[in-house]
Ligand binder design. Structure first.
Ligand code: GLC
Length: 798
């Protein structure tokens, strides 16, 4: 039996002895401690608890400076047993006896209640306190979120940590991984109550969703303050949106970045790169980006080129661009200790590298050998780092890939805890800065790339992350393995990242480690067709099969081409979903519980997911399968390829031989689609197709967002926002179109409308009052299509 030492004693707050209010801030004092409760919006409250009796300087890398503070009502009352703060949506009760918090909605229904609430332990070995908070779990409660955890979507019963770790070939349930996202959501009361907790603490954070005690959810950190945001839904989708707006959303990415990307460790020399890119064009497989992994550098020195492999980078990059390929290069944080290397010289002269507690430089082995590491938590260092990108961007490179930024160090894993950081003027040890190191590197990279890319848009991808990283960068899920289990993991990770504020995410298609067979690679391509970041990547060596769309033979190549083509056709739909993410934080991928949380069946589902507003997909995750069950949430759904209709709220059997994947479209939707192309911008878009899916007696609204795709004009209003409304009846179908914004001049002049599932035999159509009769040629594969000027207002098909 473990005896209780004085270090393991837990301390609890005493009784409240005084209270004060300053605007939207409320302070509750016990003899030695203070609780600060601040109201951010009608549905977001922030809690800070100072077990020491004083607050540290308030500073956050996560919370966006644009996160607005607005509320429509604010009230404060004293009751016999508790104080009460209320907003238009929430009632927060603070018990006088022990500071325990109860959160109710305005109908007095329970959302969340403290179990032990705030408590702490002394952390004498390392300094400071371990601050805990624990909440009661409701009987049917499910938990979601927490970034990239490779485990079941519902986190109930799990114990998970955030301490960014380079986990090569991570197993299912492996923890912690690369990302640090201390944000989770709870859902209970048969789906009526959904809320979120964002624990904004950058030390190692730990979450226990009922593993230690089945009825208690606790979170704590090995240092720093208890500082969390409570976000009320009740819709999970709205919780995810509010979290994403609190921690910030990105700018619009360049449209090409939503295309297909090809990567390998590594393509070199130049002739190999060209061989790959010309193969894409020859085989008519669309591709927009080609990656250069570490071997493009001179001895792995960042911001240099290996002139033997790439004698004239500028010419090569230009030629690639001429063929539609944007070059993305890797940049790691480790700077080779080499007195003849200008980056290292500058870092040393300016004193920009991280140091140990005793003042010696932090030294670690990574690809280049012995390295020093910039302190990206220092704003001056970030500014210097941003400036280093000038050369690369002038070479014509279009994107930068930040890796190894957990930070990863060979042999020892990561930095020792005593390493010092500036932390934007709040000096601290690595224990506090570890989880934000990668994010701050991505931030500095983003600012540099953006600066030198003007007037084009930057593209950044990072492996490590902390909450808010999405403002600067996309992410991938790290070094996965070519197994069916990892295909399953990629599916849950990307859904989880999406509801954790990071929609722009993807996995290494086909698996980074090991070799997929044609079937696994093809199924992976199918899944990733619906991941906002879509890249094949693999760790290569001379004996390994290459991992390109054609590497597995003709049969697989044909199917892979079909899906990459589908990706490009759906680009305007994905781009619109991206805009909704940028605008209001709406996750692009939505786990089933986020589509219909009132249906308890959705709470445990993991395979199917929503893709944007109106599409539902379900990957095939096992070998040798030609049919699988798919759960459709409520509503009426069209099978994308088969055209047949299925009713939701039930599981349906769907045929999915290797060339097919279950894809469904919501009845009433209008899905915009591009013509075939080999890359974004290959030629002006001559025609935009709108696939209209009939739905009877219900008005359904769809959106289409478009802009230049690669400049910043949309921020000044140079974009189009189309709204389409469909309404079907027994004998006719009405499609109305209006533009909420129309300042972008698109290349195409007309829409082609293709009607799916129309239950009557259409004879004519009316465009803005003018009647046309349908001709024979207006029918293709039993579907009626028509053309209409892009400014049409109202079409009736009858
Ligand atoms: C890391 C990255 C991987 C990359 C390799 C070499 O393992 O996760 O994507 O290819 O380093 O740079």
């Amino acid at each position: 039996m473990q005896t209780q030492t004085k270090y393991s004693i837990k301390y609890y707050p005493g009784t409240i002895n005084s209270v004060s209010q300053e605007g939207n801030f409320f302070y509750f004092y016990t003899e030695d401690t203070i609780l600060e409760l601040s109201v951010k919006t009608d549905r977001i409250l922030r809690f800070r608890y100072a077990a020491d009796g004083f607050f540290q300087k308030d500073f956050s890398y996560a919370v966006s400076k644009y996160a607005s503070i607005h509320m429509t009502q604010l009230g404060f009352e004293e009751h016999a047993e508790h104080y009460e703060v209320h907003t238009a949506e929430l009632i927060c009760q603070i018990r006088k006896e022990n500071l325990k918090i109860t959160l109710l909605n305005k109908k007095h229904e329970l959302i969340l209640q403290d179990e032990a609430g705030f408590h702490w332990q002394h952390y004498l070995q390392k300094g400071g306190k371990i601050n805990y908070c624990s909440k009661e779990i409701q009987p049917d409660e499910a938990f979601y979120g927490l970034g990239d955890k490779p485990t079941e979507l519902n986190l109930r019963g799990k114990y998970l940590e955030n301490y960014g770790t380079d986990t090569y070939g991570f197993p299912k349930d492996g923890d912690p991984l690369y990302k640090n996202i201390p944000f989770y959501m709870g859902l209970h009361s048969q789906g009526r109550q959904g809320y979120g907790i964002f624990f904004d603490n950058t030390f190692r954070t730990i979450f226990d969703f009922g593993k230690g005690d089945t009825d208690t959810a606790s979170f704590w950190a090995r240092g720093g303050e208890m500082n969390y945001y409570f976000i009320y839904g009740p819709d999970l989708l709205e919780v995810a949106e509010q979290y994403a707006t609190l921690t910030g959303t990105p700018e619009m990415p360049p449209l090409w970045a939503l295309g297909y990307h090809q990567c390998r460790w590594s393509y070199y020399p130049e002739s190999k790169v060209k061989e790959i890119t010309s193969e894409f064009r020859k085989r008519k497989i669309p591709c927009d980006a080609i990656y250069l992994d570490i071997d493009y550098m001179d001895g792995f020195r960042c911001f240099t080129w290996n002139k033997e492999y790439f004698p004239e980078p500028k010419r090569m990059v230009k030629e690639l661009l001429g063929d539609g390929f944007k070059t993305v290069v890797i940049i790691d944080p480790g700077i080779k200790m080499d007195k003849d290397y200008w980056v290292w010289q500058q870092g040393i002269q300016k004193d920009y590298f991280c140091k140990r507690a005793d003042g010696t430089l932090m030294e670690g082995d990574v690809w280049p050998g012995k390295c020093n590491f910039p302190d990206f938590t220092n704003p001056e260092v970030r500014e210097w780092w941003s400036g280093l990108f000038r050369g690369l961007m002038e070479t014509g490179v279009r994107g930068v890939w930040n890796d190894m930024n957990e930070p990863a160090v060979f042999e020892i894993g990561t930095f020792p805890e005593d390493v010092r950081h500036d932390y934007d003027g709040n000096p601290c040890s690595h224990r506090k800065a570890h989880n934000v190191y990668g994010m701050q590197m991505a931030r500095a990279t983003y600012h540099g790339v953006k600066r030198y890319m003007m007037p084009n848009r930057p593209f950044i991808i990072t492996r490590s992350a902390y909450s808010g990283v999405q403002r600067y960068s996309s992410v991938w899920t790290g070094d996965n393995i070519a197994t069916w289990e990892h295909l399953w993991i990629a599916n849950v990770q990307c859904q989880r990242l999406s509801v954790s504020g990071i929609s722009f995410a993807g996995s290494d298609v086909g698996g980074f480690i090991g070799e997929p067979d044609g079937e696994l690679y093809t199924r992976w391509i199918q899944l990733a067709t619906f991941h906002p970041f879509f890249r094949t990547h693999s760790s290569g060596n001379d004996t390994k099969t290459e991992q390109e769309p054609w590497s597995f033979g003709h049969k697989y190549e044909t199917i892979v081409r079909k899906f990459i083509n589908l990706r490009y056709q759906l680009l305007p739909y994905l781009y619109t979903a991206f805009w909704q993410y940028v605008k209001q934080g709406t996750p692009i991928l939505r786990p089933l519980a986020y589509l219909d949380q009132n249906d308890p069946e959705t709470h445990q589902r993991m395979d199917e997911f929503g893709y944007g507003e109106h599409i539902l997909v379900c990957p095939v995750l096992e070998p040798g399968v030609s049919e699988r069950n798919v759960y459709l949430p409520k509503g009426i759904w069209y099978h994308y390829e088969g055209g047949y209709v299925a009713r939701g709220g039930q599981e349906v059997k769907v045929q999915c031989p290797l060339d097919k994947m279950p894809i469904f479209v919501k009845a009433g939707a209008v899905i915009p689609s591009f013509p075939k192309m080999q890359y974004v911008g290959e030629s002006p878009i001559k025609e935009m197709t709108l696939h209209v899916y009939f739905q009877q007696d219900e008005e359904v609204v769809s959106t289409l967002y478009e802009d230049d795709g690669d400049n910043h004009g949309y921020k000044n209003g140079l974009y189009n926002l189309h709204k389409f409304e469909t309404f079907g009846k027994k004998q006719d179908l009405i499609v109305t179109h209006h533009m909420e914004n129309d300042k972008y001049e698109s290349d195409y002049r007309q829409f082609k409308l293709v009607f799916h599932g129309v239950p009557f035999e259409a004879k004519e159509y009316i465009i803005d009052g003018k009647v046309y009769s349908l001709q024979k040629r207006n029918s293709l594969n039993n579907l009626v299509w028509i053309k209409a000027d892009k400014h049409f207002k109202r079409i009736i098909l009858r």
